[in-house]
Design a protein around this ligand. Structure first.
Ligand SMILES: *Cc1c(COP(=O)(O)O)cnc(C)c1O
Length: 447
């Protein structure tokens, strides 16, 4: 009797949750535009009610294992007690103050921490609100530096094909011109130089000819080029490719040789994702300018930063107009800075190298069976990043629903089905993710 009552209540409750979810999704479809999406898309959208650990709880009652870390960000998972507390403590002191003429402990402590943990001598930190803005700042910094060095003609950039650096106009101008749809914005985008994506894979040595194009472009254009911008080791949203540390090392040397700055965009790779705290460490190099973002706050708030060598900030500051021409309204937001410091401390106090290396092993083992599938072109793993590249682009509407039916949150793009789970994931939970990929691809639910 009591059991029957319980079940009856459960049924009513489930029905109510489904109704809430449906109402929410109806309004969403009417008024809300999602990232890179059509308002007439038949690709489903799912309403999330809460998130905890590695799980997303949907409004309809479903619980999914998260394989995306909310786009590289939620490295510690969701609803993390220490991170919640850091924000609560800061909230009681102050949520925000302007950063012009004012400073505060969360910003100072965070900048000090970033200087301490980033490779080489990056000693000046400029805080930004998003990754794209951190890239804009890096580009402007490079141009102002050469202006101060009496070389105002150096205003262009070299970047790698298949690169991704953000969606604002400056950042877009150094993204892959094809996947970035540069033709659409032709008159608006700055003209930059694109060189082939590195052909030498991670773990391989580079031949001299692999750097010929970069060397040639530098030789020809160094008078007009302010910097080479690249994602070190992992080309993320532009193709999920892992390239040789040797390439990065030689690119560093070539930049020095031709008086061109090196900007490392570590927005996706920073904070352990590739197996090193920063991907530049694979090649043992230090860039002149570095961007961080995404997992900087453990996925809690939007925050990014651009770091540079002191000589760069000094040179800009010592020559007219004697200031760096940038200053976002929400620069150095105290809540975001406070949770960023706590996220870095949490990472540093964990055995993260071991954790990432475990995830790497589980990903390799779990994704291996996919190699045998007809539709699969390549399977590759580096650190806590696992990629299954297909021969053809997936059908998003079909595959997205199929993954949710398997109880996992995995969001492919184009030909790429990939995982970058929160670092706290267990072997069993990770196996559920890799098994879901195999099952969905094996059943042809991506076509
Ligand atoms: C995501 C990303 C960006 C842009 O960051 P946003 O916070 O989305 O503006 C820039 N560079 C790289 C390498 C990224 O992965």
């Amino acid at each position: 009797m009591s059991l029957a009552c319980g079940n009856g209540f459960q049924t009513l409750y489930n029905k109510a949750m489904k109704q809430t979810s449906t109402a929410l999704l109806d309004d969403d479809k009417k008024h809300v535009w999602h990232p890179y999406s059509s308002t007439h898309s038949d690709t489903p959208v799912f309403a999330v009610k809460s998130a905890d650990g590695v799980h997303l709880r949907l409004e309809d009652g479903n619980r999914l294992i998260d394989g995306m870390s909310s786009w590289w960000c939620a490295i510690h998972g969701y609803n993390v007690a220490r991170l919640n507390q850091a924000i609560k403590n800061q909230l009681d002191a102050m949520a925000h103050v302007m950063f012009g003429g004012l400073t505060h402990a969360p910003a100072v402590d965070l900048c000090k921490k970033l200087v301490e943990i980033t490779p080489g001598k990056l000693e000046t930190v400029f805080l930004a609100d998003t990754g794209s803005v951190a890239v804009e700042i890096a580009l402007k910094m490079a141009v102002q530096y050469w202006h101060a060095r009496q070389q105002p003609g150096k205003q262009q950039f070299i970047s790698l094909r298949k690169g991704y650096h953000g969606d604002t106009l400056g950042a877009m101008s150094v993204c892959d011109p094809v996947t970035g749809m540069h033709t659409l914005f032709n008159d608006l985008l700055a003209k930059n130089y694109f060189i082939s994506s590195p052909e030498c894979a991670f773990g391989e040595a580079c031949q001299t000819e692999h750097l010929d194009e970069l060397r040639h472009t530098l030789e020809q254009q160094h008078d007009t080029v302010a910097a080479l911008i690249l994602e070190p080791i992992v080309q993320g949203a532009g193709g999920m490719k892992f390239y040789s540390a040797d390439y990065l090392k030689q690119a560093r040397d070539l930049c020095r040789e031709y008086d061109v700055l090196l900007i490392a965009d570590e927005i996706a790779t920073g904070f352990g994702r590739s197996g090193k705290l920063f991907a530049c460490e694979h090649a043992n190099i230090s860039p002149d300018i570095m961007c961080v973002g995404k997992s900087l706050t453990g996925g809690y708030m939007t925050l990014a930063a651009t770091l540079c060598r002191k000589e760069i900030s000094d040179t800009i500051s010592n020559h007219p107009p004697n200031v760096f021409m940038h200053g976002p309204t929400f620069m150095g937001n105290p809540l975001a800075c406070a949770v960023a410091i706590e996220s870095i401390r949490l990472l540093q106090s964990s055995p993260w190298q071991q954790t990432i290396s475990n995830i790497e092993r589980w990903l390799e083992k779990g994704l291996e069976p996919c190699r045998a599938l007809e539709s699969v072109e390549d399977v590759r793993v580096l650190g806590a990043i696992g990629v299954v590249e297909l021969k053809q682009a997936v059908n998003m509407a079909v595959i997205q629903q199929a993954f949710v039916d398997e109880g996992v949150w995995i969001r492919p793009f184009g030909k790429l089905v990939y995982l970058m789970p929160p670092y706290i994931i267990s072997e069993e939970e990770l196996n559920a993710l890799t098994r879901a990929i195999y099952t969905v691809l094996n059943n042809g639910k991506h076509l």
